[in-house]
Design a protein. Structure first.
Length: 357
């Protein structure tokens, strides 16, 4: 299947399905000038699994280079950014060259940032290999990390195309699948009640995510992301709703420490938290009980690890980009499919946090 993404700066297609990566030659042919050089950026795990296949698909008339990063968040560094740029210059890439990001969100983010700045910007194509990348590969946010903050150095830079080969997901470890699935559920909850109902009926557990259902989840998730981003490419307003569950989620990631909780697990817990807070403000909303049942089925956490103090979590929440002059702003829900940004007082947050142990 295909989802079209229309933003102010660019229009492009996301092709989803088993074998979608085989469309690469076709996509390259649509470019005005055929690139003479292509740089594939990937990580060591993905390289072993899929790099040969992608390289073999590219026409012999084109020189293909690859740069393999160690897998993991640590690779989104200045050092690697610099090394890739040096590599690209040494190999003679020019303004007509193309960068291909083959991997999860880490690879997509750094590869996209490299592409956005190499010779003031060259074309790039996303070939996502994780479920979480249904979120990261669409929307055009690209970045590396700074020691003072995650994703602090980056750009808005859209790819030419996204080739989402769902057969690649089959090798993904369970924890990574669950992490990505949390963002799928998020996209349903904030925007698409019908899709949320579908998840409830069709996904009794993560094991039920066969290729067909996975494809549908990716398609619907990307549709939500595409619709939100198309009306607010550079995050002036509406795009903030994509942060549902993330104010607490990011705080938990920070408070648990590196590797302590996956992004998706943090977001899932954060969505439960935001939903309960929403229920206090919107009496007609009655969802958190149902979410708790679903969370058990999906293996998402619904409790905060003991030993982590609510005050510490609150302080991390205040560092959120959405908070203004020390006041926490969270995305809260009015009804399934409809959320909005609200300021939430500290004491309300502390009290609610206390009930999550
Ligand atoms: P990741 O890229 O680190 O991938 C997770 C792990 O899975 C890695 O070890 C990787 O080697 C491995 N892997 C990838 N594909 C595989 C496959 N098919 N089979 C087996 N193993 C595979 O992490 P991620 O969860 O995809 O992405 C997280 C990153 O995405 C974070 O840096 C986050 O900041 C970023 N992100 C960006 C956006 C955005 O809009 N740009 C949105 C959300 C997240
Ligand atoms: Zn997220």
């Amino acid at each position: 299947s295909e989802v079209k993404v229309k933003t102010e700066s660019k229009e492009y297609s996301v092709h989803i399905g088993p074998g979608a990566s085989e469309m690469l030659p076709e996509v390259l042919k649509t470019f005005n000038k055929a690139p003479k050089t292509i740089l594939i950026i990937t990580d060591d795990v993905v390289a072993k699994l899929y790099l040969d296949k992608i390289e073999a698909a590219i026409d012999q008339s084109c020189t293909v280079h690859h740069f393999i990063l160690p897998n993991g968040e640590g690779s989104k560094s200045f050092q690697n950014y610099y090394e890739i740029q040096s590599f690209a210059l040494e190999k003679g890439l020019d303004r007509n060259s193309v960068v291909i990001a083959l991997g999860g969100g880490v690879v997509g983010d750094i590869a996209g940032f490299v592409a956005s700045t190499f010779m003031r910007g060259i074309k790039f194509i996303q070939i996502p290999t994780t479920l979480l990348a249904h979120d990261s590969a669409v929307g055009g946010k690209v970045a590396i990390n700074h020691p003072l903050g995650k994703n602090m150095i980056g750009a808005f830079y859209q790819p030419e195309a996204v080739l989402y080969d769902t057969s690649f997901i089959s090798t993904l470890p369970e924890g990574e699948l669950r992490s990505g699935f949390a963002e799928v559920v998020k996209h349903a909850l904030i925007w698409d009640k019908g899709f949320y109902e579908w998840i409830k009926e069709n996904i009794p557990s993560l094991e039920a995510l066969d290729e067909e259902r996975l494809m549908y989840c990716i398609e619907k998730g990307i549709q939500t992301k595409a619709e939100v981003v198309s009306s607010d490419e550079t995050e002036q307003g509406l795009r903030a709703i994509l942060n549902y569950g993330h104010t607490l989620g990011h705080a938990l990631e920070a408070a648990y420490g590196y590797g302590g909780i996956s992004h998706g697990d943090g977001v899932a817990l954060g969505m439960l938290f935001a939903t309960e807070l929403s229920e206090e403000l919107v009496p007609s909303l009655d969802l958190s009980k149902e979410l708790r049942t679903l969370w058990k089925k999906f293996g998402f956490p619904s409790k905060i690890k003991p030993g982590i103090h609510p005050e510490d979590i609150l302080n991390w929440m205040k560092k959120d980009k959405k908070s203004k002059s020390g006041h926490i702003h969270m995305v809260l829900m009015q009804e399934v499919g409809k959320v909005l940004l609200e300021s939430v007082p500290d004491d309300v947050i502390i009290k609610k946090l206390a009930s999550f142990y």
